[in-house]
Design a protein around this ligand. Structure first.
Ligand code: C5P
Length: 232
């Protein structure tokens, strides 16, 4: 599986996103479309970005009863995205149903990855709000194993967890890792960060990078720097 840099296009309108992508005239980056942009611009934005030659990770984090998730995944698969995701907390049956819905008639399908515990959930909130008393690392690995059992392709995780996920679920199980910052850059609200180079060394398969590229003075140069540190 090829390593790649995915740009988190966290924009609130179609125009803002497309004028940002217009800057990339040589290499067409892999683009992550999240809830904000999808809810603002709808499926049309997916079709437009796809038409421009980008790969798309549609980050909508589905979590519902298996039948609803299956049918929704079938719609997303029809949009010709390359990767999408759901919450592993929805259980193994929900993940299996999602895979079924995602698989097209010809047997092809987008990659499907699971969110384990959100990085905004810490041990205290997990214990008090969710009544899960196990250590959070164990919960993350358990959810990753469930995703592997259901036949998913990988998980979204911190780069710091990537190695352990590979040890637990196999080298081929994908790790898609946000929380990436340049060594000389601003961390913003991300707490546990790694540089693209460190993420490569530790075995991340894809890095998701937002503000270090989208808010850079020269986004194309920042993207190229990520690619040269992580891919080349
Ligand atoms: O701007 P920044 O590089 O922090 O963007 C990271 C992207 O990855 C955002 O779209 C954020 O929602 C997403 N993400 C994250 N941490 C997670 C899951 C997703 O930062 N655990």
């Amino acid at each position: 599986m090829g390593k790649d840099v995915i740009i988190a296009c966290d924009f609130s309108s179609k125009e803002a996103c497309l004028s940002f992508l217009d800057k990339f005239t040589e290499r067409k980056p892999y683009v992550k479309i999240g809830m904000e942009l999808f809810y603002a611009a709808g499926p049309e934005i997916v079709k437009e970005i796809k038409k421009r030659g980008h790969k798309i990770f549609l980050d909508l984090k589905l979590h519902d009863i298996p039948n609803t998730v299956k049918k929704s995944m079938s719609v997303l698969s029809g949009l010709d995205v390359d990767m999408t995701n759901l919450h592993a907390a929805g259980t193994i049956s929900m993940m299996e149903a999602a895979l079924e819905g995602l698989t097209r008639e010809d047997g092809t399908r987008p990659l499907l990855i699971a969110v384990t515990q959100l990085t905004s959930t810490d041990q205290e909130r997990m214990e008090n709000d969710l009544l899960i008393k196990e250590p959070i690392d164990k919960v993350v690995m358990h959810y990753a194993s469930n995703a592997a059992k259901a036949g998913l392709d990988g998980v979204v995780c911190s780069p710091l967890e990537a190695q352990k996920v590979h040890e637990t679920c196999g080298e081929k199980f994908l790790t898609v890792t946000p929380g990436v910052r340049f060594a000389d850059g601003d961390k913003g609200d991300q707490k546990r960060v790694m540089t693209p180079e460190q993420a490569k060394k530790i075995g991340s398969d894809y890095i998701v990078v937002g503000r270090p590229i989208t808010a850079a003075e020269d986004p194309v140069a920042a993207y190229n720097r990520c690619v040269s540190e992580f891919v080349d």
